[in-house]
Write a new protein. Structure first.
Length: 700
């Protein structure tokens, strides 16, 4: 085979209109490519020297079938002592050094390879090995050169032996061979792959990953393997106080990242999204790129390579069920890593080597989400934005999405953004898994739908105020009782059946702009020991992270009094109550318990309640108001005055509504309006259902 004749300069790469655009674009790409091509030009000269050297002494150099068989002359040539490879660069330091060429104006071009070597302490030999290995990826003619020099037309990448020859380094030099060890920087950092481990070392092929080649050419687009796993970091969030704990923590974290030393920090958040917001605020003060990763452990190698090439800070959120496989390689990496999550720190996640991460508890933000809403809707959208969004515990990115959704909904309706749009969009962002054990009610009632005395009404309004301002009072003003207690609000509604307890819970949820979830006790209580507690824990855990009002109807079924232990049933029943007592103290959500018999609720539960609202049986005046409210949209005859039935029939609100429904069906069946006789018939049926004696009939 005739030896190829390398040209003095490599081909000029052509970039067509259909070439993919680098994301993010890099302004130094032309200079970086020019620098790398200049190195390839120097490599061509070295290849030419090595070809001439081998052609002069190899008797089979002109054989067209060279590399496919061995002749006796070739064997005798191989048996002679090997000549030392030519030193392509003389008097210029380490043999194999590849200096970058100067640009046309005499200034050195942007050299990403030199920057990479400086960042990771790579030697000149490392740089030369990288250029030799990546040459076929930039210039196809090097495939032919390497095939000839490898004495094998099928092997078109540089082997270890060929690379050392081109660098002018003996193949037996231990220091040179060590640069290709798996623990050496080139392989350990993912910059160079030594393939075919089953072959002898000298015949193994060298390959530079495509991501590294692209970076050296000025393209920092992340690896395709990371597609779908890299997310945009949310806008920096503040806690409304530059001297608050949240802001001070972010400043300390920024100082730690600014010094450039590798550091691993676990930001444990008490509320979802606060850790990520703290990381975003800290990184906004640090001039470094960021990779926000939320993906599987299989992509960690690609993630770390991207971070090393671009000098990025890695932010990890959304930890899997078993995060050890994901976190251990990150903890051992030489890049700064910030991990956020609500789970407690577990040393087993990080392995046994090293000192482990710096664990930091992220304080809650009092008004952090308001800034995310205001960034989209403006600081003064025409309503009290802070009071409207106070009940919601959305992370900054979810709050921003909800704000955009509210603005889009208002634009679709052709009206300005209102508090109603904001509440609707926020509820849609608060995805919940409570549907498994609870029935969701989207409130469609208001304060006008309640007919109650002033005292319970005041207590209900106080409940809404507590739910809206709990973070400020219990957090900023430090009025939490401590001991791991949460910032939840728990109220007990006590009263006879039909007095408006469930309706009141729905009104409170509507006031707060939240959904109401009614816990289905049939799906909670289980005959097997411990299963009821597990079901309740799932409900409380989901309610902690969901913006909703949780309603335990007929709560005395699970919050009943503890009894004297006489057998194992009593013992396990008391264990269930003890669990609930502890869980209520750490609860962060909003819960309402209802009961018909307040005396059945254990006193220990009552002590842990924020509010107890007693719903009295309605008197005659309130019963009349309830009748009229129920008949507000019902067509009535002239004689359909509910005053008499309200006076004579002592019915609660729920029974009055049922009586009105009965009267309405009677009227609809005969195609007429509701009459006084229909109202009387409905009231009598409610009395009979309750097993009560009918009042004496007067004149109607």
């Amino acid at each position: 085979m005739t030896a190829p004749h390398p040209s003095p300069a490599g081909p000029t790469p052509h970039h067509g209109d259909d070439d993919p655009v680098s994301l993010p674009p890099t302004g130094d790409a032309p200079q970086a490519a020019a620098s790398l091509l200049a190195r390839l030009a120097a490599l061509r000269e070295r290849v030419a020297l090595l070809v001439d050297h081998r052609s002069a002494s190899d008797p089979t150099a002109a054989d067209p079938l060279r590399g496919l068989y061995l002749t006796p002359e070739a064997v005798r040539h191989l048996l002679r002592p090997a000549d030392a490879p030519p030193d392509a660069v003389s008097g210029d330091g380490l043999p194999g050094r590849l200096p970058a060429a100067d640009a046309a104006d005499g200034t050195p071009p942007q050299d990403r390879l030199a920057a990479l070597c400086a960042r990771f302490g790579l030697t000149e030999l490392d740089a030369a090995l990288l250029v030799i290995a990546l040459a076929p990826d930039l210039d196809r003619s090097f495939e032919q050169f390497y095939g000839y020099l490898n004495d094998d037309v099928g092997r078109r990448r540089a082997t270890v032996a060929l690379a050392l020859d081109l660098c002018g380094v003996p193949a037996h030099a231990a220091s040179a061979r060590a640069r290709l060890h798996p623990a050496a920087p080139l392989a350990a950092l993912g910059l160079l792959v030594v393939e075919e481990p089953e072959r002898p070392l000298l015949s193994r092929s060298l390959r530079v990953p495509d991501r590294v080649v692209a970076h050296l050419l000025g393209d920092d687009t992340p690896d395709a393997a990371l597609s779908g796993h890299l997310r945009r970091l949310p806008a920096p969030g503040h806690d409304g106080d530059e001297d608050g704990e949240f802001s001070r923590l972010a400043r300390r974290l920024a100082g730690r990242l600014a010094d450039g030393a590798p550091v691993t920090v676990f930001l444990r958040e008490d509320r979802e999204g606060d850790g990520l917001a703290c990381a975003a605020l800290a990184l906004s003060a640090v001039d470094r790129p960021v990779l926000h990763f939320a993906g599987p452990a299989e992509q960690v190698s690609a993630l770390l390579l991207q971070a090393r090439l671009t000098g990025s800070v890695v932010v990890v959120s959304g930890l899997p069920e078993d995060p050890a496989a994901l976190l251990r390689p990150l903890a051992e990496a030489d890049v700064p890593v910030l991990v956020t999550g609500r789970r407690s720190y577990d040393p087993a996640w990080w392995g046994t080597g090293g000192a482990g991460p710096l664990v930091v508890e992220v304080p809650r933000r009092a008004a952090g989400a308001v800034s995310a809403w205001a960034a989209v809707l403006g600081a003064d959208p025409g309503f009290d934005l802070a009071a409207t969004v106070a009940p919601y515990r959305l992370s900054d990115d979810r709050a921003a999405r909800a704000a955009r959704a509210a603005a889009d909904l208002a634009a679709f309706e052709g009206v300005p953004v209102s508090a109603a749009h904001v509440r609707l969009a926020a509820r849609r962002q608060s995805a919940s898994g409570l549907e498994r054990h609870a029935r969701r009610i989207r409130p469609a009632v208001g304060w006008d739908d309640l007919v109650l005395p002033d005292e319970p009404l005041d207590r209900l309004r106080e409940l809404a105020v507590r739910a809206r301002h709990r973070d400020r009072v219990l957090g900023d003003w430090r009025l939490s009782a401590g001991g791991g207690r949460g910032r939840g609000v728990v109220a007990l509604f006590a009263g006879e059946s039909g007095t408006g307890k469930t309706l009141s819970a729905e009104v409170v949820a509507a006031e707060l702009g939240l959904d109401l979830y009614v816990v289905q006790l049939s799906s909670v209580v289980d005959k097997y020991v411990g299963e009821t507690e597990k079901n309740l824990e799932r409900i409380f855990t989901e309610a902690d992270r969901t913006d909703a009002v949780l309603l335990f109807d007929e709560a005395d079924a699970v919050f009943g009094k503890r009894s004297e232990v006489k057998d194992s049933h009593d013992r396990y029943a008391n264990l269930e109550s003890a669990y609930l007592l502890q869980r209520l103290e750490s609860f962060d959500g909003i819960a309402v318990l209802t009961t018909n018999l307040r005396a059945n609720i254990d006193e220990a539960f009552t002590r842990r309640l924020d509010l107890v609202v007693d719903f009295p049986f309605p008197d005659a005046r309130q019963r009349l108001a309830l009748w009229r409210h129920s008949l507000a949209h019902v067509p009535c005859a002239a004689d359909a005055d509910p005053s008499r039935v309200a006076e004579e029939f002592e019915l609660a609100g729920g029974a009055i509504r049922s009586a009105v429904v009965t009267a309405a069906y009677l009227a609809a069946g005969r195609g007429d309006r509701v009459t006084a006789a229909d109202l009387l018939q409905g009231a009598r049926r409610e009395y009979r259902k309750a097993g009560r004696l009918l009042p004496a009939q007067g004149t109607w």
